[in-house]
Design a protein around this ligand. Sequence first.
Ligand SMILES: Cc1ncc(COP(=O)(O)O)c(C=O)c1O
Length: 426
Amino acid sequence: MSDQSLLQRRQRALGSQSPLFYDEPLHPVRGEGVWLYDADGKRYLDVYNNVPCVGHCNPRVVEAMHRQAATLNIHTRYLDEGIVRYAERLTATMAEPLDTVMFTCTGSEANELALRLARFASGGQGIIVSSYNYHGNSASLAEVTTALPSPEPFAAHARAVPVPCLYHAPAGVNEAQLAAEYAAKVGEAIASMQAAGIRPAALLIDTLFANEGLPRVPHGFVDKAVALVRAAGGLFIADEVQSGFARTGDHLWGHQAHAAVPDIVTLGKPMGNGYPLAGVVTSRELVESFGRNAMYFNTFGGTPVAAAVGMAVLDEIEERGLQENSREVGGYLRNGLERLAERHSIIGDVRGKGLFFAVELVRDRASKAPAGVEARRLVNDMRHRGVLISKVGEGDNILKIRPPLVFTREHADLFIDTLDAALSAL
Ligand SMILES: Cc1ncc(COP(=O)(O)O)c(C=O)c1O
């Protein structure tokens, strides 16, 4: 069947608005490591997907999944040692008081549960999010989402605060001033909630601000924002769906780049390397008191198969030194991107660390006007050249570079050469 007729069938069966990457959708039939292959055997270098963090079809993960599925897979309301071992191993990676986990199947479910926990603990309803955010597809998350369209109006109990970026800051403003100026906007959001009779429940942020395009956030901003929210009775929820599992190289968790330890951490995407596994990590005290008031269970969240898969992912990250790889290859990749920026004036800024980069494309470096049309053309051209990336940001002009953690220097070279050629062809 041709891709065109499959697309038509898909649109009839799933609806024409079911989203697909690329103007000409990709139809991979096999994956291995950092590679995807189409039916003609053409290979694509995956420089976008954080879900297969330890590589597409990772043999250890597949074997763990298969072995456990062939032995036992049941509702999560039975005793199972694998689940307990995985929970202990996962929570041991975080600082006190993050010692207890509640498993879910998706990042959306994890954030939804985090909001329930924060509202329960704080007695408030107010949610503060960043100004170009996406945290999931549930009703309460849709009404605080700003990065994607939705029929739900932005909630009266929510406030969206802008995220500072040193690249976009006016000349002459220093880092400390920028942090203070934008923290003050969080203070204003809290005051406006309180004036409307709304008690703040949570600050819900991705600590890398991936959807904003990995802004160069001034040191201290996040900690200041957290302190203000806590002083008003709210909790700090760190969404690690994109930033977690060694992505940044320096740490296992994105929030560890900041001094503030979150009250609640939400996990997803890379946690199961493609198997639907997600969760919430918080303090035992909060889980216990919530549990005395709410009977929360999740039929598929944290089954024996999910736990076996999650454990295999952690084993791979640890034994193959993938956090170190993320830092080392990430540094090499960054150099390559910076060299491209010297030769291609459309590159306004290169940001990020570990194996997560944002390359902001601008019409000209003085105005920094977003080159969204060019970014779209480039992403599609890269796909035809056999390299998969995407784009983010309010101006749709920031290239999103986030390969599986098993990315090597050779892969980085191929990526940089291809990006160089695509930039030259713009
Ligand atoms: C930061 C962040 N949080 C949460 C989610 C939602 O996760 P899921 O699609 O597994 O529900 C996403 C998905 O893109 C995300 O990027």
